[in-house]
Design a protein around this ligand. Structure first.
Ligand code: NDP
Ligand code: OXD
Length: 309
């Protein structure tokens, strides 16, 4: 079974070896050496080059080698009738939880302020606020956001969550839709964005929304750079309304040299590493879907192209 493998940022040998354990008949081929195009029924892709799908008329499914499908859905040649699958958790939830916890603790336990005190050679002790005094607004409670919500709730933070459709989570206030957004964000101490990038969420983290956070609040964005209006965040940091930000995703990536985020004293950034795709669980998930498709069983959730995620 030939699987088209199309990613400049993933190691094909690692995927071949992992995939062989779950789908022994799988042979990964590339657009440069694809073999007979009609033998390729499945494609595993991350940021594929334009025009690649048109070369493989027998495709039965496209697998996105990541959680966010914004880049893939923007490809003009993605065949309309072919189902698209994305990675759902696939081992990414624990590292994402860790990344968010770093950001939450940085501001809750004043590590940002202690770094300044150390640089100035000052011994200043602050009182420790209980986690229950910190309100976290969590935008998005999907495969990753849900894990984050549970962890923060378990540690005692006051979590308010936001989804597109009505959702319930034990012990957590969940609001949905545009009308639920303000209630979640207003007065929150820390905002965490774990939304997909869609027409509805692009530019959502703008001046109007961020101004609703409590004075001295912090912003954590490990989702997509285009959720955030960079200049609005910088303005609110410079005015002192916001205390700091930890960012993992940027628009564009890599973040261009000279961008103010690189040197801003209240911004900490990581280069899109919050939760990288893990080869083994990714292959296990993809192979399990291919097995179901080959048997003619219901394959599990596909990407909703109208919703954009
Ligand atoms: P999911 O698709 O599982 O969850 C998305 C969540 O966002 C859902 O709760 C959904 O609501 C909500 N949502 C979507 N649109 C709206 C809207 N218009 N209004 C309110 N809520 C909305 O995504 P994942 O948890 O798997 O991943 C989230 C994002 O994280 C990815 O799209 C990607 O951009 C980013 N990511 C970043 C990584 C990194 O290393 N930096 C790694 C992996 C992912 P509902 O529940 O109603 O559907
Ligand atoms: C993803 C990502 O979407 O790495 O998986 O950002």
């Amino acid at each position: 079974m030939n699987l088209l493998f199309c990613s400049d940022s993933d190691d094909i040998d690692a995927y071949q070896s992992a995939m062989s354990r779950y789908l022994p008949e799988a042979r990964l081929v590339t657009p440069q050496a694809p073999g007979p195009p009609e033998a390729v029924r499945y494609a595993l892709v991350w940021a594929p080059p334009p025009g690649v799908f048109a070369r493989f008329p027998a495709l039965r499914a496209v697998f996105n080698l990541g959680a966010g499908v914004d880049g893939l859905l923007a490809q003009d040649d993605l065949p309309a009738a072919v189902p698209v699958f994305r990675l759902e958790d696939a081992g990414m939830a624990p590292p994402m939880v860790e990344w968010v916890l770093y950001g939450v603790l940085r501001f809750h336990r004043d590590f940002d302020l202690y770094a300044q005190e150390q640089a100035a050679g000052r011994w200043t002790r602050r009182s420790v606020r209980p986690a229950g005094d910190i309100t976290v607004a969590l935008l998005g409670i999907g495969a990753l956001g849900r894990a984050v919500a549970r962890q923060l709730d378990g540690l005692g933070y006051r979590v308010r969550a936001w989804s597109r459709r009505p959702r319930e989570m034990d012990g957590i206030t969940v609001r949905h839709g545009p009308e639920g957004l303000h209630a979640v964000v207003t007065g929150a101490d820390i905002l965490v964005c774990l939304l997909p990038l869609t027409g509805q969420t692009r530019g959502l983290l703008n001046r109007a929304l961020l101004s609703r956070l409590a004075p001295g609040a912090a912003v954590l964005n490990p989702a997509r750079g285009a959720h955030l209006v960079d200049d609005d965040l910088l303005e609110l940091l410079d005015s002192g309304h916001l205390r700091g930000a930890v960012l993992d995703a940027f628009d564009p990536e890599p973040l261009p040299p000279g961008h103010r985020f690189w040197s801003h004293p209240r911004v900490r950034l990581t280069p899109h590493v919050a939760a990288p795709t893990l080869v083994e669980p990714a292959c296990a998930q993809i192979a399990s879907t291919i097995h179901r498709l080959e048997r003619g069983d219901a394959p599990g959730p596909t990407v909703d192209r109208d919703a954009g995620y």
